[in-house]
Design a protein around this ligand. Structure first.
Ligand SMILES: C=C(O[C@@H]1C=C(C(=O)O)C=C[C@H]1O)C(=O)O
Length: 96
């Protein structure tokens, strides 16, 4: 029983590591996006793009039988954090 639980927890730990790796990859794109937007003179926030992402996430949730609200909540955190990183990057680079 305990061995089986440990095995399952090992799998969960591996999945968590992969999720974190992907979050880091997503975050790392913030600088590139911010750079391009700054050059183009367009705002960091893009509501249309966010709507597209949320609609797509809802669809993926339905396909994978994941609760849509959970999916949207997770991506809200990721998107808000990405915008924060973009703002942080621009304020750091524009000060120099
Ligand atoms: C990354 C972008 O900037 C913002 C952050 C987004 C995200 O984290 O996916 C989406 C739209 C923008 O509000 C983008 O415009 O693609």
């Amino acid at each position: 029983m305990t061995e089986e639980l440990n095995e399952i927890r090992k799998k969960i730990d591996e999945i968590d590591s992969k999720i974190l790796e992907l979050i880091a990859k997503r975050n790392s794109l913030a600088k590139d996006v911010a750079e391009i937007k700054s050059k183009m003179g367009i705002p960091i926030n893009d509501e249309e793009r966010e709507k597209y992402i949320y609609d797509r996430i809802r669809k993926l949730c339905r396909e994978h039988k994941v609760d849509e609200n959970i999916g949207v909540q997770i991506f809200k955190i990721l998107i808000e954090h990405n915008k924060h990183l973009q703002k942080q990057y621009l304020s750091e680079t524009q000060q120099k």
